[in-house]
Design a protein around this ligand. Structure first.
Ligand code: NAI
Length: 278
């Protein structure tokens, strides 16, 4: 049976770690028939990062797993979204194997220097956070677009609920994610004539390393446990649970496919009802 994304080629940034959203997205796209480029930090890991990052070994293992499980083409490429030279090298590697890209998922994200109020935030940590989360999306998209222009496609940017609702002591991340939402809308307008749809997703609480780390920080701050913080969080979520990375994968697969062909310029919440907007 023809799958929804058969013949499509997808690039997912920050997809080289099995516990992350990027991997779940890449797996879902491959299950729907897309060839997938797994792009992650590999040896370029920033030592200030608080959570694990995608290693070269894990990226290669993921690429092999998706190829063997779903019979699609895959490629694992090192990528640091903060470095133009790394992005250019990635595009060169991709061009050797694929002639175009149909789906770009800007998923890589990170937070530095938290918890801190804006007035105590370290300037370098602020800049790095905005650089990864916002400028990374700009840089990667600009570099990849020449491979999308002829055939059209779908770009999905991972923003956050934090880009819409101010979080405490995580200002740089929130500002960057709000920027991703506006960047999404600007690009959706600019690229509409090229057959390229651009949407953002705004996850709430999804069970990954990033989320666990955040609950850990909160536990220290409030003098409670990670489990207690998670229980408290669930009380604010109408569906009363933390989301799964696979559920984000389902949303991205929908936005990547022609089933969402009339949707562009949107920032779609996936929060278990924690965020409801008119
Ligand atoms: P994670 O920390 O588990 O994964 C992030 C991935 O991005 C890692 O594979 C890491 O190696 C990669 N990465 C970090 N810096 C990079 C760089 N400079 N260049 C290339 N890759 C880089 O986080 P998670 O939870 O899987 O997050 C994925 C995306 O979803 C991020 O953009 C995050 O901000 C966003 N998000 C996550 C939420 C959650 O509850 N987990 C909620 C809202 C948004």
């Amino acid at each position: 049976m023809e799958k929804d994304l058969s013949g499509k080629i997808a690039l997912v940034t920050g997809s080289g770690k099995r516990s992350g959203i990027g991997y779940a997205v890449a797996r879902k796209l491959a299950a729907e028939g897309a060839s997938v480029i797994i792009a992650d930090l590999g040896p370029n890991r920033d030592t200030d990062l608080a959570v694990e990052t995608g290693t070269e070994d894990e990226m290669a293992a993921i690429a092999a797993e998706l190829r063997e499980t779903f019979g699609v083409s895959t490629l694992a490429v090192n990528l640091d979204v903060t470095r133009p030279d790394s992005i250019a090298a990635m595009v060169d590697r991709v061009r050797l194997k694929f002639e175009r890209i149909d789906i770009l998922v800007n998923n890589a994200g990170a937070s530095f220097g938290v918890p801190n109020a804006v007035h105590t935030y370290d300037e370098g940590a602020w800049m790095k956070t905005v650089d990864v989360n916002l400028h990374g999306v700009f840089r990667v998209t600009r570099a990849v677009l020449p491979m999308m222009m002829a055939g059209g496609g779908s770009i999905i940017n991972t923003a956050s609920r934090a880009g819409k609702v101010p979080p405490l002591f995580n200002g740089a991340y929130a500002v960057a994610k709000a920027g991703v939402i506006m960047l999404t809308k600007v690009m959706a307008l600019e690229l509409s004539g090229n057959g390229i749809r651009v949407n953002a997703i705004c996850p709430g609480q999804i069970a990954t390393d990033l989320e666990k780390w955040r609950f850990g920080l909160e536990a220290q701050f409030f003098g409670s446990s990670v489990e207690e913080r998670e229980r408290e969080m669930c009380k604010t979520i109408p569906l009363n649970r933390i989301g799964k990375p696979e559920e984000v994968g389902d949303l991205v697969a929908f936005l990547a496919s022609s089933r969402s062909g009339y949707i562009t310029g949107q920032a779609i919440n996936i929060t278990g009802g924690q965020l409801m907007e008119l």
